[in-house]
Design a protein around this ligand. Structure first.
Ligand code: FES
Length: 582
């Protein structure tokens, strides 16, 4: 029997007239389901990542109830179940460290339970890729609905206070420029409701990817969390998943080279998060596909950046929603999109857009006057990043820094950074390049979002607000600045970042896509290699250390990728890299 046949039959156990059916129905009746309900078909799981330890996902319980209404309206039986939930601010050592574990939880729960299809309820950054990765590996019909952005706040004179406004205030606090009473007031103004970060951060970027891959309904990314529009989206998703199950559409039918290209082009047009590069590669790997830095760069370079939304632009997510959201972006960059790809409502993008007209507002730039002729994410290569690095060019504050040569000031890990960055004796000036290493997926472990290295206090006091910064860590999608992240291979895996020393010259040339040092071969050979991380003996730490792949392979575990994907030892570093063998 094929996997497709097995998947189709999962919920049929509830209709079975023998012992299996009796026990399946009987156990549900014990939960209070009626005689009629336990005979409904299809059976739809709702994988709910709501958790009080994940404030961004706290509103998902309400959405699950609306979703159940939609599933029942379409004749199905909804059965909600919890999964691991990963909060960006609360999870240690990092949220990415647990993404693959969450994907395994989602995969096994979908595969192990008698459901015909599933709706994934996600929100905070890593929950969405984890759910998509797990659903792809389980390969039963699946849809997704994200929590949606949280409300905009106000703080002092800023009447449209969004989460990206917090970072400059934190920098000012470090140099003593924010009073204690204002700091306390700020605590109550950062998050004034449930939902995900209210700018084009990682959560919103990943929700847009889910929309473009055909998991989430068109237009579902931007309506506010807990809005009536999102409640209706939950009902509509519930109705639609019943149709998706009856059509037999599987996640691996949705994730193709063309839909991956569509997704990344929209990320490029949106000014989306650098984290999208890691997660989209991991998603591709679960479908037996590989994107690679060259294709990411070619897609970004040929897609105009048009979404004028924070943190890189001016407008709010609500303005972009009013302008038509992701479908309006697809229409605006139209010729670069494969319009024959399916949306989650069963229509192709071509069919969907043929019937749509979108209102104009300045949240989307005209195609003949884009914010940039190319997409906002720039893939860098060079002797400092043989397997790539990423810069969100749209977030650069001082355009001159996109082409810059400067002297490295190197920090080994967070403790070193924190102990020296504000030292008045630190030998640094505005032209220096701040380097942070030892914080990659192996070294940290889990690539914390610390690539947005703070400006040294003495330079901040002198008015410096941006510098070239580079690391093997990640950065928050809500951050901006001339911040190069995901330098690969990371220092702890033998990457060249590990042999840099303070005083070495570094060049960033974003236009040419180059990140390099100027050390001779003799100097490289003479440098001491970067220390390997301590060996882990058990549990998740052992699993992670033994099996995690580098950033250019999506940081997935090597054994979770689809068949047809193998890993080989990289001759340039101590780490494995993925290859497609079919
Ligand atoms: Fe959860 Fe931003 S911290 S979505």
């Amino acid at each position: 029997m094929s996997q497709r046949d097995l998947n189709k039959g999962a919920g049929a156990l509830f209709q079975d007239e023998g012992q299996d059916g009796l026990l399946h129905r009987a156990f549900l009746r014990g939960e209070g389901f009626s005689e009629e309900e336990v005979r409904r078909s299809p059976v739809i799981g709702i994988a709910n990542s709501a958790s009080e330890l994940n404030p961004c996902n706290a509103g998902l319980n309400e959405l699950a109830e609306f979703m159940k209404e939609g599933i029942r309206e379409a004749g199905g039986l909804p059965l909600e179940f919890p999964t691991i939930s990963i909060s960006e601010p609360f999870t240690r050592p990092t949220s990415l460290y647990l993404r693959n574990l969450m994907s395994m939880d989602v995969e096994e729960m979908i595969g192990a339970t008698p459901i015909d299809g599933v709706v994934l309820l996600g929100g905070c950054d890593k929950t969405i890729p984890a759910q998509l990765m797990g659903a792809l590996s389980a390969n039963k019909p699946a849809m997704m609905l994200a929590a949606g952005p949280r409300p905009v706040s106000c703080f002092k004179q800023n009447l449209e206070f969004t989460v990206d406004d917090v970072w400059p205030l934190c920098e000012s606090r470090r140099v003593g420029a924010v009073r204690d009473e204002d700091w306390l007031e700020l605590e109550g103004k950062v998050n004034i409701g449930v939902g995900t970060c209210n700018v084009m951060g990682t959560a919103t970027t990943m929700s847009a990817i889910a929309e473009m891959l055909g998991f989430a309904l068109p237009g579902s990314t931007l309506p506010a969390a807990n809005s009536s529009a999102r409640a209706e989206l939950a009902r509509a998703t519930g109705r639609q998943i019943v149709q998706t199950v009856s059509k037999g559409t599987l996640p691996t039918d949705l994730v193709t080279d063309q839909s991956l290209e569509n997704a990344f082009r929209v990320v490029s047009a949106l000014g989306g998060s650098t984290n999208a590069v890691i997660h989209l590669e991991a998603i591709a790997g679960r479908a037996g596909l590989r994107i690679g830095p060259e294709r990411f760069e070619s897609w970004s370079a040929s897609t105009p950046y048009v979404a004028n939304v924070r943190p890189s632009g001016q407008r709010l997510l609500a303005d972009l929603d009013a302008a038509g959201g992701v479908p309006a972006i697809v229409q605006r960059i139209g010729v670069t999109i494969h319009r024959d790809m399916a949306t989650a409502n069963g229509q192709s993008w071509e069919e969907l857009l043929a019937k749509q007209e979108f209102p104009e507002n300045d949240a989307i730039a005209p195609i003949n006057e884009p914010l940039s002729e190319r997409g906002s994410l720039v893939m860098l290569r060079g002797n400092l990043a043989p397997r790539g690095a990423v810069l969100k060019a749209a977030g650069v504050h001082d355009p001159k820094l996109k082409t810059h040569r400067g002297r490295a000031v190197v920090f080994d890990g967070l403790a070193d950074l924190n102990s020296r960055i504000d030292d008045p004796e630190l030998d640094v000036d505005r032209d220096s390049v701040l380097v942070l290493r030892g914080l990659g997926v192996l070294g940290a472990p889990g690539m914390p979002e610390v690539g947005h290295i703070p400006i040294p206090a003495k330079l901040h006091r002198a008015g410096v607000r941006d510098m070239v910064r580079l690391s093997d860590a990640r950065m928050s999608g809500t951050s901006t600045g001339t911040v190069v992240v995901h330098v690969t291979p990371e220092a702890a895996a033998g990457g060249p970042l590990g042999i840099l020393a303070t005083g070495d010259e570094i060049e960033l040339d974003a236009a040419a896509g180059v990140l390099r040092h100027f050390l001779s071969d003799e100097e490289v050979a003479a440098r001491k290699p970067f220390a390997s991380p301590p060996v882990q003996a058990r549990g998740m730490a052992w699993l992670h250390q033994q099996h995690v792949l580098q950033a250019d392979d999506g940081c997935d575990f090597n054994f979770l990728r689809a068949s047809g994907m193998e890993t080989i030892k990289d001759t340039e570093s101590n780490c494995e890299r993925a290859i497609a063998t079919s």
